[in-house]
Ligand binder design. Structure first.
Ligand SMILES: [Zn+2]
Length: 257
């Protein structure tokens, strides 16, 4: 057993006993880990009030490769990101990102995924509430890409035929993981992206591109597309409650008609 110190973000916490919590963490050096924080609920606990979801810090873990549950020795907060809780749209996006880490990231070092995840949280903290959806959609795509599931958007995912630049819409296959050329798409493609939606999808997948302004309907369509993609490529590891909540904007009261 070794004492390891690494950057980490709290993804989830469960009360475990009168005084302890089990914490799921995205760590920079060890991937996603579960750890028990003994005595965290005692007054004057060494963890203080620090173990808040989405807070980032340096964790010290007594780590053993062969064990599923590690022991947390300390968590020194660097960033609480409490701003995320002030706007439900940003918070829901952050929770969906945390769920992608939890379900798709391995329990193995993947610093690029950790860095993408923390950049995503920072982008959501900085996002105007109006742009929260576009920011979350962008970073879910980018995170999924770092985790090895980047969608193929420029050439047909089946045969490599270039599809960009024809000015029309494109067919998109969630199952195959990208766009299809006209001959592969056939008469009834799985999903048809109109030109506008395809342009926005390209921009959303390019961290250097200007963030597209998505109206309500387009934001909903992009949330659906990326949520479906994540669900498909995650396989059979159970429901995605945070992703569902974010996708449906379940917190928005429908306007009276
Ligand atoms: Zn093709």
């Amino acid at each position: 057993m070794t004492l390891v110190s690494t950057r980490a973000v709290i993804l989830q916490t469960f009360r475990y006993s009168e005084t302890s919590k089990i914490v799921r963490l995205a760590t920079r050096d060890l991937g996603v880990q579960s750890a028990i924080a003994k005595g965290v609920l005692r007054p004057r606990s060494p963890f203080g009030a620090a173990l808040e979801t989405l807070s980032e810090g340096v964790v010290q873990l007594y780590h053993k490769e062969t064990r599923d549950l590690q022991t947390m020795a300390a968590f020194d907060v660097i960033e609480l990101r409490r701003e995320l809780a002030r706007d439900l749209g940003r918070f829901a996006g952050a929770a969906a990102l945390a769920e992608v880490m939890l379900k798709m990231a391995p329990a193995a070092p993947l610093p690029a995924a950790f860095d993408a995840f923390t950049r995503a949280l920072d982008a959501l903290v900085a996002a105007e509430p109006l742009h929260a959806d576009a920011v979350a959609v962008r970073w879910i795509w980018l995170l999924v890409g770092v985790l090895g599931f980047a969608p193929e958007l420029d050439a047909c995912v089946r045969d490599g035929t270039p599809v960009a630049g024809n000015g029309g819409g494109v067919a998109f296959s969630t199952a195959e993981g990208g766009v299809l050329c006209a001959s592969c798409a056939g008469a009834q493609p799985p999903t048809r992206l109109p030109p506008h939606a395809y342009r926005d999808l390209l921009a959303l997948n390019d961290a250097g591109a200007e963030l597209p302004a998505l109206d309500t309907a387009h934001a909903a369509a992009h949330r659906r597309l990326v949520a479906r993609f994540v669900r498909h490529h995650m396989g059979e590891s159970g429901p995605l409650s945070a992703m569902d909540f974010w996708e449906r904007r379940a917190w928005v009261t429908p306007a009276a008609s």
